[in-house]
Design a protein around this ligand. Structure first.
Ligand code: SAM
Length: 285
């Protein structure tokens, strides 16, 4: 089967929103070329003030639909839709993965070496979200580090675990009971592979739904999109004993998501921001 690549030249400030929109539209992989991530030699780079966002889709129809969505948002977009052999996108995607440093935490691909003194997690970039370099993941990693350092032996639930990055890092930081779930079977498989790659045992990774998970957890993490978070609000609050951390929320969605969780009984307790994304923290007692 061949894949389709959609290359979009957009004003740089729009790149993150376009990226979110493309994930929403079913992209299976994404690459951004901008000032922070200049292109590999021989690959076309962005014009000044612009970024190039390349998205891969399994078929032409969702790529065309995604382009219409982007045009509605960014009318000045310049787009190129091309057939791409499936192997191409995975190679390109892998080649562009960067390691991430958050406090003393390091997350990176197998071909990079972690700096000495870091708590390091190796994530094999494949078709699951959570290689560490997305702002929403980085925001959550900071919350995991702060909470697990202050609460040795905590229990942690990671809803929408993707590659398992947050759950596995929580375990590395000393969490005792760690559960990671994802409704995408491919992500669950890859999270399990990443646990083995890092020699981490004792993390329960599965496709379980929240109603099938017993008990409450000291820390609950959910880096999912805003509409899903709102749907899951009561169940997420019910599973939290101390702290609930939400990400995957764009700035303009923050109030709506916060209010949904306050209605479900959580108490807003600050958060953080990176680019267009916010992290929302709550206390639950
Ligand atoms: C943005 S990724 C986050 C991955 C990783 N936790 C991180 O922070 O990088 C969101 C993940 O949530 C999963 N997901 C979406 N809706 C879900 C749901 N209702 N229940 C469980 N997982 C869900 C997706 O399959 C995806 O892997």
């Amino acid at each position: 089967m061949s894949a389709v690549s959609l290359s979009l030249d957009v004003p740089e400030p729009e790149a993150e929103r376009v990226e979110a929109l493309l994930w929403d539209a079913g992209a299976t992989g994404l690459e951004i070329r901008d000032r922070e991530a200049p292109p590999m030699p021989g690959v076309r780079g962005p014009s000044p003030g612009e970024a190039i966002v390349v998205a891969w889709f399994e078929a032409r129809a969702p790529a065309e639909a995604a382009l219409e969505d982007v045009k509605a948002w960014v009318p000045e977009v310049r787009a190129l839709l091309e057939e791409a052999p499936e192997t191409d996108w995975s190679t390109a995607w892998r080649a562009r993965i960067r390691s991430t440093r958050v406090g003393r935490l390091w997350v990176g691909p197998p071909w990079e070496t972690a700096p000495a003194g870091t708590v390091a997690l190796t994530i094999e970039p494949k078709m699951a979200f959570g290689t560490g370099d997305h702002p929403t993941t980085a925001l959550c990693l900071a919350a995991v580090e702060a909470f697990c350092s202050a609460h040795p032996g905590a229990s942690v639930l990671d809803v929408g675990t993707g590659t398992g990055v947050l759950a596995l890092m929580a375990r590395k930081l000393g969490a005792i009971r760690v559960v990671g779930v994802d409704n995408d079977p491919m992500s669950v498989t890859l999270a399990q592979e990443n646990a083995a790659l890092n020699g981490i045992g004792g993390v329960e990774l599965s496709g379980a739904t929240l109603d099938a998970i017993d008990g409450r957890f000291d820390l609950v993490l959910a880096n999912i999109l805003a509409n899903t978070l709102v749907e899951l609000a009561p169940a997420l609050v019910q599973h939290t004993r101390v702290r609930l951390v939400l990400a995957g929320v764009l700035i303009h969605q923050g109030d709506e998501v916060r209010e949904a969780f306050e209605r479900a009984g959580a108490v807003s307790d600050g958060g953080d921001r990176a680019g267009d994304w916010v992290r929302l923290d709550f206390r639950v007692s």
